[in-house]
Design a protein around this ligand. Structure first.
Ligand SMILES: O=C(O)CCC(=O)C(=O)O
Ligand SMILES: [Fe+2]
Length: 270
């Protein structure tokens, strides 16, 4: 397991990989080989509880700011670098389907663990109307999604240079509900805009309802989970044109940003 899986030989390389493996075990805890749920209330690998915030006004949108520690963030980044997807600077996006690299499987395990064990902070989620919250909304992922196998079987890694973003979209309908986005390197603002009519049409690029536009700050190491309305009835976008990356009244200094999106493909009809 782990984010380090060098392919080249050499004592140095092996040492590095071994160190990375040990660091990961300390940082992430050993992964479970059990067939059943990988975590329980007594899981000894749990050394801290991530805090989840729901996003006011958007059902099914959850943010975990402290998902990855700094050390974990750099291990994840180096695992992505080792893939060599972006080494010649000619690509800024890579996709994988089916069997994911080991580090992505580990990341998916951490997403599940965080959703299982994380604590919902109603204070941090302030602004959301607690009366509107039903029982399902106290878990960042509905249980039927949380325990599906595999949790994810598709990944996209995106690298954004300053000024680059992603235009408003709803993820394709060929992906199931329950999407995770992990942010690395630098912060950005992601905006959510409600889809007109809310019929969840594939790849909506169309009209929006009035001015419902909700920003969330994606800091490095954070995790976003989208399900239900957030996944189907809201578009998300990252606009890094000058003037759009404002947080608490201040323009965010733009640097390179890397993200990993994890999704699950819908079963194809036989
Ligand atoms: O890079 C991100 O944070 C979002 C990526 C995304 O929305 C997508 O690939 O569908
Ligand atoms: Fe997306």
């Amino acid at each position: 397991m782990g984010f380090g899986h060098g392919t080249e030989g050499g004592a140095m390389e092996e040492d590095d990989t071994e160190i990375q493996r040990r660091v990961l075990e300390e940082a992430f805890g050993e992964s479970s080989d059990d067939d059943g749920p990988a975590c329980s209330a007594a899981d000894p690998s749990l050394s801290r509880q991530p805090i989840w915030e729901s996003v006011a006004g958007i059902k099914g949108l959850w943010l975990c700011r402290d998902f990855l520690w700094i050390k974990q963030q750099s291990l994840l980044l180096s695992a992505i670098e080792r893939e060599g997807w972006f080494s010649d600077n000619s690509h800024n996006q890579a996709m994988r389907f089916g069997d994911l690299p080991e580090w992505a499987t580990e990341l998916a395990r951490l997403v599940r663990e965080a959703a299982c064990f994380g604590e919902v902070s109603f204070e941090a989620s302030r602004g959301s109307n607690s009366e509107d919250q039903d029982a399902e909304e106290t878990c960042p992922l509905p249980l039927n999604l949380l325990w599906r196998e595999p949790l994810f079987d598709q990944l996209i890694a995106n690298v954004y240079e300053p000024g680059e973003g992603i235009c408003a979209h709803v993820d394709l309908m060929r992906f199931e509900d329950g999407i995770a986005i992990v942010s690395l390197e630098s912060a950005c603002v992601m905006h959510f805009t409600q889809c007109k009519g809310g019929d969840g049409n594939a790849e909506l690029q169309g009209e929006e309802t009035s001015s419902m536009r909700i920003p969330i700050l994606l800091s490095p190491g954070s995790l976003v989970l989208m399900s239900g309305e957030a996944r189907y009835l809201w578009k998300h976008e990252i606009n890094r044109k000058p003037g759009y990356q404002l947080w608490e009244g201040k323009e965010i200094h733009q640097k390179r940003r890397t993200s990993v999106t994890l999704r699950k493909l819908c079963k194809s009809p036989n």
